[in-house]
Design a protein around this ligand. Structure first.
Ligand code: GDP
Ligand code: MG
Length: 299
């Protein structure tokens, strides 16, 4: 497949939390490589989504949203992870929400000032903008903010204008052999994906602060011809959170386990048996050693 004109390189997707970065990558790949929820700080790691074609391979880098209130070690690690992705990038997609500009968007823009890679600004969630004429002003304002190579209105969730974006990408990638095997869609393991799926369902089921204080660790996963058996620990930061995560008579945990199991079963095409335990690790999200042990590391 590779030839002298083949292109391959990295496309970093950055922006404040919750603008739709992970949704964009999932839509482009047609595959859920990164979890999505309506809550900020859902993505905590750098996750690669590899999009291989006849003539090029684009490696999208999903990043945690760059955010201000970074007062725990995990939050600082997340901001560092996002900043590091910019260093590797051949192209940067700077995502914002259409018709909305916040101080956190401005913070991200400042970080883009000194990078070498070209930047495309994406105004996402245009499906929420009515009438469409209202977009014109947003587009004009964005174009004033920096030297973007393009400013594009898109809807990652509704797959609007995404094809146009995808068609632009190879033009910014360097001539190179494919950097990853062509059958690879992500750099993350099945266990990582299982843990993330459980965390997604927990985040959807829990209110407010709790999702930020929990993480999921796969203790054991065994695959045989009958299916996959996964034992996972949900770590919370405080004893008081344990009961909330378990729910009355174990109801919340049951609901989360069921949702995660069904999704994993659908994705893996195999029966999945899931066992969830809730344990307390005091203040793990602000402890560098715990973070490393739990798989959090700025690449
Ligand atoms: P991230 O934090 O930037 O990765 O954002 P996510 O991809 O997790 O999405 C955050 C929320 O925005 C989720 O509820 C998504 O379903 C929603 N979202 C993402 N893209 C769109 C879009 O194009 N339109 C609308 N209406 N919602 C979107
Ligand atoms: Mg995300």
């Amino acid at each position: 497949m590779a030839n002298d004109s083949y292109r391959s390189g990295f496309v970093a997707v950055v922006g404040r939390p919750n603008v739709g970065k992970s949704t964009l990558i999932n839509t482009i790949l047609g595959n859920k490589v990164s979890i999505v929820t309506p809550k900020p700080q859902t993505t905590r790691h750098r996750i690669l989504g590899v999009d291989t074609h006849e003539a090029y391979q684009a490696i999208y880098i999903d990043t945690p949203g760059i955010h201000r209130k970074a007062n725990k070690a995990m939050n600082r690690m997340m901001n560092r992870t996002a900043a590091n992705a910019l260093v590797d990038a051949d192209l940067v997609l700077f995502m914002t929400e259409a018709n909305r500009w916040t101080e956190e968007d401005q913070d991200v823009l400042v970080r883009l000032e000194n990078i070498a890679a070209p930047v495309i600004a994406l105004l996402n969630k245009i499906d929420k903008v009515h009438p469409k004429e209202a977009l014109l002003r947003s587009l004009a304002e964005m174009s004033e903010r920096a030297e973007f190579v393009e400013v594009m209105p898109v809807s990652a969730r509704k797959n609007e204008n995404i094809n146009r974006l995808v068609d632009l990408v190879p033009g910014f990638l360097p001539i190179s052999e494919p950097l990853f095997p062509e059958d690879m869609t992500t750099d993350r393991s099945e266990n990582f994906h299982a843990a993330e799926t459980i965390r997604e369902k927990l985040t959807l089921a829990l209110r407010q602060e709790i999702p930020y204080g929990l993480t999921v660790q796969i203790e054991r996963s065994v695959r045989d011809e009958k299916g996959i058996e996964i034992n996972a620990v949900i770590w919370v930061e405080r004893d008081s959170q344990k009961g909330i995560v378990v729910g009355k008579g174990g109801s919340l945990l049951k609901k989360v386990g069921r949702a995660a199991r069904l999704e994993l079963k659908h994705q893996l095409g195999l029966p999945v048996h899931l066992e969830l335990w809730v344990k307390v690790k005091d203040n793990w999200a602000d402890n560098e050693q715990d973070l490393l042990r739990l798989g959090y590391e700025a690449p």
